[in-house]
Write a new protein. Structure first.
Lengths: 222, 222, 222
C-alpha cells in the first residue's frame, strides 16, 4: 500500500488504500460526528505516501487534539497537547484513477470478538501459511493443516446462518489485518465460497468503520 | 533438545528431554492430583518434536482448560476458552531407547529464591562465560572472573551444610535453565564437587516439579 | 565515550566523560548529601572503561544499597539487596590530562518538562537528521525539515527571554542525551546562537545534576 487516497466531503472523511498486488483493500470511514469540528466547503481528494502518513499518526497520543488541514500541496497534521506540534506532509500527484474496491454482496455475516479471531490466526500460524474460514449453522470454524500438525477452532456464533460457506486465506495477510483488532472490540466477517472476505471493525459509537477486503487463496494454489 | 518423551501412567505425567550434546537433562513431573481429571487405562510412552510441542503450549492462556489426548499417531492438545481450539501434533517414532538421566546422590542441597539465582547469573554474564557455585556452612557463593572485572555474590542460605562443595558451570546453560524461574518462587540446588548440579523447581502445591541436570565445566577446560 | 573520569573529593562525586569526536561532554555531579554515607580522606581521581562501568550500574536495582570503594587498582561496586553482590572493575591508567568541558556563559535558559523535549526530538526524527532549537520571547520552538515533510513544535516557556537565539543540532546526539529524561522531570536548556547547548537534568532534591554539552551543527554542513 504505497499510496492512500483521502476523500473529504459532507459525508465525512474516507481513506482508501489498495495493496499494489491487488490482493487487498483497506478503507477507513469516519462520519462528521466523529470529529469535534468538521468543516468542508468543497469536496477534496488527496493522495499521500502511506509510510509518511503512518509515521506521523504513530506520534499521536491519546490526549492529543488532532487537526487535519490542507495547505497548497501539503497536508498539515496538527497535534495539540502540552506543546503544539505541526507536521507538514507533501501531497503526491497521481494521474491515474485509483482502483476502487469491488462492491460485494454476502448472505452470511457474523460478529465475533476481534481478539478471539486475532488469537486464532496466530494459533494457525504455528503450522501453516493459509487457513480456512467456515461458517455453519452454529459455528464459526477455522482450520489449518501443516506438515507437523494441524489446528481447528470452533466458536459458537449465535447468528442466523442458513448455508455453509467456506474460503481459504493467507495467514500473513490476515495477521496484518487483525493488527487492527485494537480499533474495535468486535469485528464483522462477511464470507462466501471462494470469494473475497470483508472484515469490518466498527467504532463502538457507530460513526466510524475500518474495513478490509481480502481475496481468497484458491485451494489448488501452490 | 530435539525430542521429548512423555510417559503417562498411574503416577502421573512425566516429560523428559535430553540435550543432544548430553550436557543437560530436563524432566517435568506432574502428579495425577495436578489435573482436574486424569485417566490412564494403560501406561503410554510417546515421543514428540520439542519445537512443535512448545509452540502449541505457548499458545495456552492462563484461563484455558487444557486436555491432552492420544489419537492414532497424534497427540491432541485441546484448549477451551471462549472458543474451542484443538491442535494435532504428529508423534515421532524412535527406535532407540532414550537415554535416562543418571541418578545422583548429594550431601548438600539448599533452597533459594529462584529470581535471586536468575539475577545473579545475569550479573555474572557481564564478565565471563562460566561461573562457580559454592556452598559453605553459611553462604551460597557465586563467583566469576573475566578480563575486565569479576563478580562475587553471597547469599546466607540458612541450611545445614557441613562440607564445602564447589563446581563450575556454563553461564549460557544456566541462563536457559533459569528461564524456568517463573515456574516456582523457590529453587532447590543440589551441588557436589566437580559433579553435575541438580536444579529443581517445585510447584507450590508440591504435586509438580520441573528439574534440570547440568554437567559441570572442568576448570582446566579451555 | 570510551573512558570516564571519576573525581571524589570533599565536594562529592563527579564523573566526566567526553565523546572522542569531541562533540559532546557528559558530567554527573553528586553532592555528599546524596549519599547515606560519604567518606573521602584524600581526593582521588580514577579512570574507568565506560562500557564496563555502565554494564555494572545497569545491574543495580531500586532497592539495592550501592557502595563504591577503591582497592589497589580496582573499583569495587557493592550492591546489597537480598544477596550481597560485589563487582570488581579494573581501573585504567591514562597518562594524558583528560580534556575539560569548556565553561560557557548563556543569556537564555529555560526549564521544560524533559519528556516533552524527548518526545519532540522523536517527532523530528521522522523527517530529518538535524533540528533547530529556538527561544523567542514566548516560545521554545523546535523545527526540522526533510524531503517528505517537516515538523514544527511550539511550547510556551513562561521564562524571561529577551533575545531570540537559535542553534542547530544532530537529532541522533539529542536522542542519546534525552535517554536521561528519566533522571529528572524537568530539564534546563541553555542556548545561544550557533553555540554549544548545555542540557542539565537536576535531581529534585537539588544535590545532583547530570549535564550534557553538545556542539552545534552549522547550517552549511553537508
Amino acid at each position: 500500500m504505497d499510496e492512500i487516497i483521502c476523500i473529504v466531503d459532507s459525508d465525512g472523511f474516507r481513506v482508501t488504500a489498495m495493496d499494489r498486488s491487488h490482493i487487498s483493500f483497506v478503507t477507513l470511514d469516519l462520519k462528521p460526528t466523529v470529529f469535534d469540528e468538521f468543516e468542508c466547503s468543497e469536496p477534496e481528494r488527496i493522495t499521500l505516501d502511506t509510510d509518511e502518513f503512518m509515521k506521523v499518526l504513530k506520534r499521536m497520543k491519546n490526549t492529543d487534539i488532532l487537526t487535519l488541514t490542507l495547505d497548497e500541496g501539503n497536508l498539515i497534521v496538527g497535534l495539540k497537547g502540552d506543546a503544539e506540534r505541526k507536521f507538514k506532509i507533501r501531497l503526491i500527484d497521481i494521474d491515474y484513477e485509483p482502483p476502487q474496491p469491488p462492491v460485494l454482496e454476502y448472505n452470511s455475516s457474523i460478529e465475533v470478538p476481534s481478539n478471539l479471531v486475532r488469537d486464532c490466526i496466530t494459533d494457525m500460524d504455528l503450522f501453516a501459511d493459509r487457513l480456512n474460514f467456515l461458517f455453519d449453522e452454529n459455528y464459526f470454524i477455522v482450520t489449518s493443516d501443516g506438515e507437523f500438525g494441524s489446528a481447528d477452532i470452533k466458536y459458537l456464533h449465535g447468528e442466523n446462518i442458513t448455508e455453509v460457506v467456506k474460503s481459504c486465506f493467507s495467514i500473513d495477510k490476515l495477521k496484518e489485518i487483525f493488527k487492527a483488532s485494537k480499533f474495535s472490540k468486535y469485528v464483522t466477517i462477511s464470507l462466501g465460497n471462494d470469494k473475497p472476505v470483508t472484515i469490518n471493525f466498527n467504532l463502538a459509537s457507530n460513526d466510524g468503520c475500518l474495513g478490509f477486503l481480502l481475496a481468497p487463496r484458491i485451494e489448488q494454489d501452490e
